[in-house]
Design a protein around this ligand. Sequence first.
Ligand SMILES: Nc1ncnc2c1ncn2[C@@H]1O[C@H](COP(=O)(O)OP(=O)(O)O)[C@@H](O)[C@H]1O
Ligand SMILES: [Mg+2]
Length: 282
Amino acid sequence: MSLSETLLSAKSLGVTYGAKRRLFGPADGGNKVLHGVDIDIRRGETVGIVGESGSGKTTLGRALLRLVDVSAGAIHFDGRDITHMPDAEMRPLRRRMQMIFQDPMASLNPRHTIRRILVEPLLLHGLETDRQAAERRVAMILERVTLPQTCLDRNPHELSGGQRQRIGIARAALLEPDFVLADEIVSGLDVSTQAQVLNLLKELSRDLGLSMAFISHDLSVIRAICDRVYVMRHGRVVEEGDCDRVFAAPASGYTRMLLDAIPLPEIDPTWLGRETEQEDAA
Ligand SMILES: Nc1ncnc2c1ncn2[C@@H]1O[C@H](COP(=O)(O)OP(=O)(O)O)[C@@H](O)[C@H]1O
Ligand SMILES: [Mg+2]
C-alpha cells in the first residue's frame, strides 16, 4: 500500500440544493453551496476539512459519499468514477465508505440494544453469515474501543456521550471500510473526552490503514489528528496543505483569521501525543 495513491477524489465538484431539473440545459435556480471543489484523499491518510458553520463542509463530505446529488464535476473512488453510478452498483461500495456522525443519539436506533446495533450490519453486509461469529467479532471491537461488554445489553441513551461516540466508531470500523467520514464527531464532548476519542480514532485508522476525512470547525481538533487540511469558505477551498505548514504559515488571510480565533491554551498540538505516551508508559 502506497501512501501517495489516491483513494477518493473530487474534481471541480459543484452541489446545488433544490435546483429544478430541466430536460435540456443546466438545472435551474436552487442554492449553489459548493463551487468547483478539488479534493484528494490518499490511502492511509487523514484529511481535515475546516471552515466556519455554513461553509459547505458537511455538503462536501456527503457528496464524496454520494449522499447528496452532485451538479457538477466528478468523484472517483478506488479508481472508479462514481459520480453518477446507479444505486445498485454503489451498494457494494457503500460498505467500504463509512460515516461517523456528529450526534450518535440521532444515528443509533434508541430502541435497539448496542448488541443489535453492532451485530446487524455485519450480517446485513454479509461479513459474517453466522450470528455467533458476528457476536464474537463485536466483542472484540468493543474491547478495541475500550468499552465493557456489559454495554452490549444497554440502549444508546444509557451510555455517556463519549461511550456513544465509541460505539459509532466501532460500528464504522466493524465493516472494514477503506474510507471513513467523521463529521464534527467530538463537538459535543468535553476536552478530555475529545482527546480520548481522537486518540482512539487515530490508533484505529493507523492499525486498519484507513483513509479518513475529518470535518471540524475547530482547528485545534484538526491539528491533533490530521495529516493534511483543506480550509473552506463559502463553498470553496481557500487553502490546502500539510497541517504543519498551514498552521505554521497560513497562506490565506481567512485561515489566519480562523487560527487567531482559537483560544490559545487549546492549540497546544502536543496534547494528544502526550496522552498516548502516558498510556504507553502505564
Ligand atoms: N439539505 C439542504 N438543503 C438546502 N440547503 C442546505 C442543505 N444542507 C445545507 N444547506 C445549505 O448549504 C450551505 C452549507 O451547509 P453545510 O454543508 O451544512 O455547511 P457546514 O457543514 O460547513 O456547516 C448552508 O448555507 C446551508 O444552509
Ligand atoms: Mg456541518
